[in-house]
Design a protein around this ligand. Structure first.
Ligand code: HEM
Length: 519
């Protein structure tokens, strides 16, 4: 470890700390090291430096205030092979990135949020309806919901069932890319650059990367061209991709970049939203006391005669606290996405060299016992007690509710208007209002507890599929949901475009049943 670097675990020759680098749930090891080496420490990975920040004030200074100097991403050879450096999430901080980010900011505005509200609300009603129809499939119902909402917003086309062919393709592409990019998915090319020159016949990861690149191209190119054709036929809805097409020249967006923007937003938008909602259900099953308290609050404000609305949230402090606690308890991206230093930075006598990778260990900050009382417990009350959920008397001013969404110039463009975000606000209220979430039971009627640690590996973390019982809270509520679902058909059907025969057949049947339910 060079002189001046933040401290860290002892190194060995050549590898530095590479042999210690955790390949599974790195946030846990990073947090353990933070308790030992402090809020700012470093790891040597070969000749490269990785800096881990587990302190909100240091993150604020280095990534928010000095955002211009820390907005880069570390280079990833395999990411570049697959995406040509055009995927906004992993793109280096250059002209291509800036063009993509400007376009993302133009299409994801408060105005756009309002415009897309009806389809999001209609999809949220379908989610409740799906839970009533097939409670055992709640996990995939959430995945469908998340995929369909962002797909409607981006491309003006929804997906009404989980088994849809486009969604299957999408899942395959995302899974294949995640496997390739995960530690061990390919040799450590970024650490040992000479590996780049291995001929493809001895480097299966090069073939896999090309396969994924072709699949991605075909999939997103079709989505984009279909949206463009609908727009040109006068059948568009003003979806985000149409906005990009209309302003393509002034935004400097080629068709190729537009395709990549759509793919990045679709992938990040769908995966993160479903992880959050699946994690929410898991937390509710595991913490019946919090569930009960939130339901009592909702019942007292909303009652049983109507569904909750976004405005109700102002009168529901415990439910607001529960949403914040769900983001704290199991942040969807526990280490955020890595930044990289564009120039050498000095912080309180330590040096962060140009090119160093910087991780903010959001998990470690949110599970710091100096800040949070019993951080391993799911306890929404903490956010009723203090603004940032910290122990009374502790300075939590460097924390913010949007911490799980990243930092500085790379902060998540999809978190639009966090306090009013529909995905978690309306769905959390709806689910609590409509259902009891209980552990599954075995053949002898004994409860099978859920495991709140059973999460997927990878940069974004989702609960592994689990079983639970989802029981409607009353017949009257079932009736309200059914009638809302019948009404939602008017909005949903506008987005049911260019369907396959299988999808048409599915909808014919579903709409038939729906009409029967509503009558
Ligand atoms: C629970 C929901 C979400 C969470 C927790 C989340 C979290 C994050 C985090 C931690 C980052 C990295 C920020 C950084 O580098 O400092 C990020 C980036 C990003 N997110 Fe989200 N996100 C969510 C939803 C969404 C949605 C719905 C969209 C799309 C509409 C989206 C699109 C993106 C994009 C494009 C980036 C890359 C930004 C860049 O590199 O400039 N995210 N998100």
């Amino acid at each position: 470890r060079e002189k001046g670097l933040p401290p860290g675990p002892p190194t060995i020759p050549i590898l530095g700390n590479a042999h210690l680098f955790p390949t599974e749930f790195p946030q846990l090891k990073f947090t353990e090291w933070a308790r030992k080496y402090g809020g700012l420490y470093s790891l040597k990975i070969g000749a490269g430096t990785v800096v881990i920040v587990t302190d909100a004030a240091i993150a604020k200074e280095l990534l928010d205030k000095r955002g211009a100097a820390t907005a880069d991403r570390p280079s990833t050879h395999i990411g570049d092979l697959t995406t040509g450096g055009k995927l906004i999430t992993v793109a280096r901080y250059g002209e291509t990135y800036k063009t993509l980010r400007k376009s993302a900011n133009v299409i994801l505005t408060a105005q756009a949020t309002k415009q897309h509200l009806p389809i999001q609300q209609a999809e949220a009603v379908q989610l409740l309806h799906d839970f009533i129809q097939s409670p055992e499939s709640f996990f995939t119902a959430i995945s469908r919901y998340s995929y369909s909402v962002i797909h409607s917003v981006l491309y003006g086309k929804r997906v009404s069932r989980y088994d849809n062919e486009e969604m299957k393709q999408f899942n395959h592409i995302v899974r294949s890319f995640n496997i390739l990019m995960a530690p061990g998915g390919a040799p450590p090319v970024d650490l040992i650059p000479v590996l780049k020159y291995i001929p493809e016949r001895f480097a299966p990861w090069k073939t896999e990367s090309r396969r994924i690149k072709n699949l991605q191209h075909k999939h997103y190119w079709t989505m984009l061209n279909d949206a463009k054709d609908r727009m040109l036929r006068g059948e568009g809805h003003g979806c985000c991709m149409e906005q990009v097409f209309k302003h393509q020249e002034e935004l400097g967006m080629s068709d190729e970049l537009t395709k990549f923007l759509g793919s990045a937003l679709q992938e990040t938008g769908a995966e993160t939203t479903s992880s959050f909602l699946q994690g929410l259900v898991l937390a509710l099953v595991a913490h019946p006391e919090a569930q009960k308290k939130a339901q009592e609050e909702i019942d007292s404000i909303v009652g049983a005669q109507r569904m909750p609305t976004l405005d109700d949230l102002n009168s529901l402090p415990y439910v607001r606290a529960l949403i914040l606690e769900a983001h704290r308890f199991r942040p969807v991206v526990p280490l955020g996405l890595p930044h990289a230093a564009i120039s050498t930075q000095e912080y309180e006598g330590y040096m962060i060299p140009e090119g160093a990778t910087i991780f903010v260990n959001v998990w470690g900050i949110f599970h710091d016992p100096d800040l949070f009382e019993e951080p391993e417990k799911f306890r929404p009350e903490r956010y009723v007690l203090t603004e940032n959920g910290t122990k009374p008397g502790v300075d939590g001013s460097a924390l913010r509710h949007t911490l799980p969404f990243g930092f500085g110039r790379r902060i998540c463009p999809g978190m639009i208007h966090f306090p009013k975000n529909l995905h978690w606000n309306i769905n959390t209220m709806n689910l609590l209002w409509a259902f009891e979430f209980l552990p599954a039971v075995d053949a002898n009627g004994i409860s099978i507890p859920v495991d709140t640690w059973a999460y997927s590996k990878g940069i974004a973390s989702a609960p592994l599929p689990f079983c639970c019982r989802i029981i409607p809270r009353s017949e009257a509520k079932i009736k309200i949901i059914q009638s809302e679902f019948v009404e939602a058909a008017a909005t949903l059907s506008k987005f049911e475009v260019d369907l396959s025969e299988a999808d048409k057949e599915y909808l014919r049947k579903a709409r038939g049943n729906q009409a029967a339910e509503g009558s």
